[in-house]
Design a protein. Structure first.
Length: 270
């Protein structure tokens, strides 16, 4: 008896960054040269969200170096520079957006994942201004397709009008597993971006085993086109769609436990 094979998108799991002093005691081998930390992390995780690009502008050789230090299939997601998002009038962000896009990120090649546009917790949803911002986001850089994820952090974005805009411009909404920011999982693009922020220092794997089981099941459901039934959302889940790529990062919380949580999830996903 043969059944129809379920097609799924890629599921990538990681942490934020790769330089963190406590990881030298519980993730990296003792004595590992700091220059080898990215190489080591990329062989145990499948993605890293880069926070440094939010604060600083990097040059093309840096992105090329990251590309060459990591294995095939590994992906970097980049947090867009704060000058593009931390402003009163988002419609005026064009120059900052282009400066970030043109800084050399295309050097990552196939290892370039979604770009994360993180907005301040004080930034309210203004439909007209926000749409003007979305119109500024380029679809390609040096011929390479770009994917955009919106990390909105004010409760005013819990609004069907926001979802409509995100879907219109095919931008994902970052799902944040946290009590500190809006947490809703309505899908607005053909990929899923989740930031899991509840790691606990007292739990060796960051998240309890049952919680990791739940996130593994959610990742599989998203990847095969479905939507987990037990997640917070504004509207009812849509009909099953095509396969989606899924990006899940263990960030904040007890950061020292993030790699263990990520590896625990990767193990469950097989």
């Amino acid at each position: 008896m043969s059944g129809k094979k379920t097609v799924a998108g890629h599921i990538r799991v990681g942490v934020g960054g790769w330089t963190f002093e406590p990881w030298r005691n519980n993730f990296y081998p003792k004595g590992l040269a700091h220059s080898k930390e990215l190489e080591y992390a990329s062989t145990h995780l499948s993605a890293i969200e880069v926070n440094g690009t939010y604060y600083s502008t990097f040059k093309p050789p840096t992105f090329a170096k990251w590309r060459d230090a990591t294995p095939d299939g590994f992906v970097f997601t980049l947090k867009a520079n704060r000058f593009a998002t931390n402003r009163k009038v988002l419609a005026e962000a064009g120059e900052s957006i282009q400066r970030f896009i043109g800084s050399g990120i295309s050097e990552l090649g196939p290892k370039l994942g979604p770009l994360v546009w993180q907005f301040a917790p004080t930034k309210l949803f203004d439909p007209d201004d926000f749409e003007a911002f979305l119109q500024l986001l380029p679809q390609k850089v040096d011929g390479q397709p770009l994917r955009h994820a919106l990390d909105v952090r004010h409760n005013s974005f819990i609004d069907p009008a926001y979802l409509a805009l995100a879907r219109k411009y095919r931008c994902a909404t970052v799902f944040t597993d946290s009590d500190d920011y809006p947490s809703f999982v309505d899908l607005t693009a053909d990929f899923v971006y989740a930031r899991l922020m509840r790691t606990e220092s007292k739990v060796k794997t960051g998240y309890e085993p049952k919680a990791l089981d739940r996130w593994a099941e959610a990742a599989r459901t998203w990847a095969t086109g479905g939507e987990p039934a037990d997640m917070p959302r504004l509207a009812f889940a849509g009909k099953p769609a095509g396969p989606r790529d899924v990006f899940m990062f263990f960030i904040s919380g007890a950061k020292e436990r993030a790699p263990a949580a990520a590896m625990g999830l990767i193990e469950r996903l097989g």
